[in-house]
Design a protein around this ligand. Structure first.
Ligand SMILES: Cc1cc2nc3c(=O)[nH]c(=O)nc-3n(C[C@H](O)[C@H](O)[C@H](O)COP(=O)(O)OP(=O)(O)OC[C@H]3O[C@@H](n4cnc5c(N)ncnc54)[C@H](O)[C@@H]3O)c2cc1C
Length: 454
């Protein structure tokens, strides 16, 4: 026992501990195994089993990336952990090739994630929520202490793969609970709401998830009424131009990373609609058809409130929720009674200001030792490891431990770093190489408009 507190797993110091076993760290496990480095690694996962946003596993929803941009295929098309290997193992490869759709259903990709994760059971401890990370010198070695599930672990390096924090605007924060949920908690609560006879649900946000939740609610019960509230002028379409999609090429990561903070922010604003605050054409089309059909039948179940800024939420004596909102342009105020709210407002990147945070809450124990950028967020090296401040205590002659932010670095490394599968294969390569002490792979210079010579 260390300090007489928690049982310490002191028979070993891990080379790397992965916090979370979602897509980012699953991709890392594959890359570590390829390099023969998995033996001295362990992944600590809060949930009882591996999954992929299980509360958004909505019937009818599809994935939003090319399925071959999976954990590994772009790096190693012969990997046994690729999406095609999964389909072959499940006996669905030919059915998939016959599928008249560009993207498989989300349920299929969830199956793929679970199938790969199950092959790493020996390296994962489930039901192990990490609650603290601290940097400490123990027996003269600079280490990271990881507290999880009533135990303590020591590691030379850590890969934080928890996913970003949910973005909960301040007006919703005091009300979060069973009747006001973030999109990542949607499904299990929605099922309970229907059993409780909820009459009206409000969905906040104009993202892909917002539309998917509206469509799901409409199909869930014929009597439930839905109001959609979006800050902007209704549902916008994603920018899926192949030229914009170049942001998912490895070269773009260098291009973005090497830009000044001001230029990074400018790029982020310009490219925002490639993945955020916008939805795919197919779901927008479905929504439009529903709105038209409502006019034909006169049966109105869905109300769309665009340009709507929510100012206040209160509870009525009957336990309902009252939303007070203002039109962004006419300034007209309105009030809406509802029984439940889904906050589909995305996730937080590093930085300061609206919808941002300086660091992930799990990094609190490291925050004093971190270096920060002028935008208020933690500073991160090109290999995704946290930069420590000059004042951080260090052991002379020893490299500090590396704390990789695996899937949290959209502010420093650009699009595709947190909100997409597309670069998992690359990030896991870079982190594995950094762990091996190698120079991270150099990508060719980014030239978005240059085509390869035929
Ligand atoms: C609804 C939805 C649909 C999406 N669809 C697509 C898509 O089609 N295509 C695409 O490219 N991208 C999609 N994305 C984005 C994509 O899901 C993410 O890029 C991906 O899930 C990120 O993986 P991750 O491992 O970084 O985080 P997560 O998927 O969030 O996984 C984090 C894991 O860490 C665990 N964890 C969290 N905290 C702790 C802790 N303290 N201790 C231990 N474990 C912890 C969690 O239980 C979880 O298993 C979607 C996102 C959402 C929300």
């Amino acid at each position: 026992m260390m300090d007489g507190a928690l049982p310490l797993i002191q028979d070993r110091i891990y080379d790397v501990i992965g916090v979370g076993f979602g897509p980012s760290n699953i991709a890392l496990a594959i890359a570590l195994e390829e390099q023969g480095r998995l033996e001295n690694a362990v992944f600590l996962e809060a949930a009882p089993e591996a999954s992929w946003h299980p509360d958004m596993a909505l019937a009818g929803a599809d994935i939003q990336h090319n399925p071959l941009r999976d954990f590994v295929t772009p790096r190693n098309p012969q990997s046994i952990y690729g999406f095609l290997s999964y389909l072959k193992a499940k006996g669905r490869l030919l059915d998939f090739l016959n599928l008249e759709a560009p993207f498989p259903p989300r349920s299929e990709y969830l199956g793929y994630v679970k199938w790969v994760a199950a092959q790493f059971n020996h390296a994962v401890r489930y039901d192990s929520a990490v609650t603290a990370l601290t940097r400490e010198v123990i027996d003269g070695i600079d280490l990271i202490r990881v507290v999880a599930g009533g135990r303590e672990y020591l590691a030379r390096n850590v890969s934080i793969g928890t996913g970003r924090s949910a973005n909960i605007p301040a007006v919703f924060a005091p009300h979060m609970g069973h009747r006001v949920v973030h999109l990542t908690d949607y499904l299990s609560h929605a099922k309970a709401w229907m059993e409780e006879g909820v009459k009206h649900v409000t969905v906040v946000g104009g993202s892909q998830s917002g539309v998917e939740i509206i469509l799901d609610l409409l199909g869930r019960s014929p009597s439930v009424q839905i109001t959609s509230m979006t800050r902007s002028f209704g549902f916008k379409q994603k920018d899926l131009s192949p030229f914009t999609e170049a942001i998912y090429l490895p070269e773009f990561v260098d291009y973005f990373y090497n830009a000044s903070i001001e230029k990074q922010q400018k790029m982020t604003a310009e490219l925002w609609r490639s993945n955020y605050g916008a939805a795919d054409h197919d779901v927008i089309e479905q929504l439009d058809m529903i709105m038209y059909e409502q006019k034909v039948t006169g049966v109105e179940r869905l109300t769309l409130c665009a340009n709507t800024l929510i100012e206040d939420i209160s509870r009525t004596a009957e336990g309902r929720l009252r939303i007070t909102a203002r039109d962004a342009y006419s300034e007209e105020r309105r009030s809406q009674l509802t029984d439940a709210i889904v906050v589909a407002t995305g996730f937080r990147n590093f930085g300061s200001g609206d919808g941002r945070e300086a660091y992930h809450p799990l990094m609190r124990g490291l925050s004093q030792a971190c270096a920060y950028r002028s935008d208020g967020g933690v500073d991160v090296a090109r290999d995704y490891s946290l930069k420590f401040a000059d004042h951080a205590p260090a052991v002379p002659g020893q490299e500090p431990p590396k704390v990789f932010l695996n899937g949290l670095c959209e502010a420093t490394h650009g699009f595709g770093d947190a909100g997409s599968f597309s670069l998992l294969w690359l990030r896991s390569t870079v982190i594995t190489e950094a762990l091996a002490g190698a120079v991270p792979c150099a990508a060719p210079a980014f030239a978005p408009f240059e085509k390869e010579e035929a």
